[in-house]
Design a binder for this molecule. Structure first.
Ligand SMILES: [Mg+2]
Length: 450
C-alpha cells in the first residue's frame, strides 16, 4: 500500500500496476517497454550520424546509451527496485528525495519497484531515466530520441494546420466590428480545436503515427456529444466578466498554457493564443513546456522554436503569416516560453506550493491557466482511484493558484466531476471510454467561485 499520510483522509490510493489487469498494469507491462525499444532503435538507426559528428567517441556513447536503455527495460520488466538518479542534472536531488518519500510510505518495507509503486511516478521515472542514459554519455546528451516522431506528426498534419491557420487569419480580419456573442462563439470554437488537438499524442500510441488528417473545424459539431463535462462558458467568463465587455478597451489579463504535445496539438494552442491576443482577450500568453524530451511527444523549447520556424518559412500564405505574427509576439513579449523543472518531476500538483513555491507563485499571477492533456490531468487529480462523481475541486486537493481549466481527451482511467451514473453508463456501453481518447472534458475550477 502506498497511501499517503495526507491532510485529506478520504484520498483514495494512487493508480498502480499492482492492480493486475488495470490500465496502469497494462501500460507498465506493454506500452512502456515498447517505448524503450523504439528509443533504442532510434539511437541505433542514428549511429552513423553520431560517428560522423563525434568520431569514435560518438560510437562509444551510442553503444553505452543502448546498453543503459536495454538494462533499464530489463529492470522494468522484472520489477526491479527503483534506482536513485546519478547524472548530475538540476533535478537529481528532487527525484532522489521523492524516492525516499515513496519508500517511507511502504509499510511492508519492500523496495519501491515498477509494478508495485504509483503508476504516475513510475511512468515519469522511465522518461527521466531515458534522459539519464543520454546525459551520462556526453556527446549524446543533447539528442532527443523522440524528435523524429514529433516533426513527422507536424508534417503529417499539414492539411489540418493549413485549415486552422487560414481560419484564424480570417477571424482576425473581422475582429473589429465583432459583437460579444460572435467573439464568444469564435473563442469557444478555438478552445474546442485546442481540446481535440490533444487527441494527437504519440505516447498513447507508443510512438505510432497519430496525426490530424482533416480540418478539425468541420468536425466540432459532431464531436460535441463526446465532451463529457463542458465548462467552456465559465472559461469565457473568467476572461470577460459579465457586463464588462468593451470591444475597444484592451485587457490586462494574462493566460498561461501548460502545453502537452508538439505537432498538431501545439499548433492548435498557438492558434488559440494568437486569437486571445488579437481579440484583446489577453495581453500576455505564457507557454509552459518541458525542459527535456518527455512522454514521447511533449513540447520542449526546441520543438516550440522549430514549429514557429517551420511556419515562418512555409510556402503557404496564411501559415507564413501566422509564423511572422507569432515571432513578433515572442519578440515583443506578448508571448513567452518557460520550462520549469517541476513539469518533469513526478509530483502531484497539490505538492507544487511546497515543492516548487517559485512556480506556484508565478502561476498565482495568472488570470487563467489552461492545462492541456492527460498527464496534466493525472497530476491535477493526483492520479488516484477517485469515484467519478467526486468534484474536480476536491480532486485538486487545494491546488488552486488561479482560475484553471483542464482541456483533456481521456487516455487514463481517472475521471472526476461526472454526473451520478454517467461513468457507470459509459462503462456499460464502452468499457474503454476512459482510455480510448474518444471522449474529452473541459473542466474549470476557480478560487473565486467558492
Ligand atoms: Mg503528451
Amino acid at each position: 500500500m502506498e497511501a499517503r499520510p495526507v491532510p485529506f483522509p478520504e484520498v483514495p490510493p494512487s493508480l498502480s500496476a499492482r492492480f493486475e489487469g488495470s490500465f496502469a498494469y497494462l501500460t507498465i507491462r506493454d506500452r512502456l517497454p515498447t517505448i524503450l525499444t523504439r528509443a533504442i532503435d532510434t539511437i541505433h538507426r542514428n549511429k552513423n550520424k553520431f560517428f560522423e559528428e563525434y568520431g569514435e567517441e560518438g560510437t562509444q556513447a551510442e553503444k553505452a546509451a543502448i546498453s543503459f536503455l536495454s538494462k533499464l527495460r530489463n529492470e522494468l520488466q522484472t520489477d526491479k527496485p527503483v534506482l536513485p538518479l546519478a547524472d548530475g542534472l538540476v533535478d537529481v536531488d528532487a527525484w532522489n528525495r521523492y524516492l525516499q518519500r515513496q519508500q517511507a510510505l511502504r509499510v511492508d518495507r519492500e523496495p519501491v519497484s515498477w509494478f508495485k509503486s504509483a503508476w504516475l511516478y513510475m511512468e515519469c521515472y522511465m522518461y527521466r531515466r531515458i534522459q539519464e542514459a543520454l546525459c551520462l554519455n556526453p556527446p549524446m546528451n543533447d539528442f532527443d530520441v523522440f524528435a523524429e516522431g514529433k516533426t513527422q506528426s507536424f508534417f503529417d498534419s499539414q492539411q489540418a494546420i493549413i485549415a486552422i491557420c487560414t481560419h484564424v487569419q480570417e477571424v482576425k480580419k473581422n475582429l473589429k466590428p465583432m459583437s460579444e456573442a460572435l467573439l464568444m462563439e469564435e473563442f469557444l470554437k478555438l478552445l474546442q480545436v485546442s481540446l481535440w488537438g490533444n487527441k494527437c499524442d504519440l505516447s498513447i500510441s507508443a510512438g505510432q503515427e497519430n496525426s490530424q488528417k482533416s480540418s478539425p473545424l468541420d468536425s466540432l459539431e459532431a464531436l460535441k456529444p463526446f465532451i463529457l463535462v463542458d465548462d467552456s462558458r465559465m472559461v469565457w467568463s473568467s476572461l470577460v466578466p459579465a457586463h464588462q465587455f468593451n470591444g475597444e478597451e484592451k485587457t490586462s489579463k494574462r493566460v498561461d498554457i501548460i502545453l502537452d504535445n508538439a505537432g498538431f496539438e501545439l499548433m492548435t494552442d498557438l492558434v488559440l493564443a494568437d486569437f486571445l491576443i488579437s481579440a484583446g482577450l489577453a495581453k500576455e500568453v505564457h507557454f509552459h513546456g518541458k525542459s527535456m524530451p518527455w512522454f514521447v511527444s511533449d513540447v520542449t523549447s526546441r520543438d516550440f522554436e522549430w514549429t514557429i520556424r517551420q511556419l515562418t518559412a512555409a510556402n503557404h500564405k496564411w501559415m507564413s503569416m501566422c509564423g511572422g505574427q507569432w515571432k513578433r509576439n515572442l519578440k515583443e513579449g506578448m508571448w513567452s516560453y518557460h520550462d520549469h523543472p517541476f513539469w518533469t518531476l513526478p509530483h502531484e500538483y497539490c505538492d507544487m506550493a511546497s515543492d516548487a513555491p517559485d512556480l506556484y507563485s508565478t502561476l498565482q499571477a495568472s488570470d487563467l491557466i489552461l492545462f492541456k492533456g492527460d498527464l496534466n490531468y493525472r497530476k491535477l487529480t493526483s492520479d488516484r482511484d477517485w469515484a467519478h462523481t467526486v468534484e474536480f475541486d476536491q480532486a485538486l486537493r487545494g491546488f488552486q493558484p488561479a482560475p484553471l481549466c483542464s482541456l483533456r481527451t481521456l487516455k487514463a482511467n481517472v475521471q472526476v466531476g461526472l454526473q451520478p451514473n454517467q461513468g457507470e453508463n459509459l462503462t456499460a456501453q464502452e468499457p474503454d471510454w476512459m482510455t480510448s481518447g474518444k471522449y474529452a472534458v473541459v473542466q474549470f475550477s476557480s478560487p473565486h467561485r467558492k
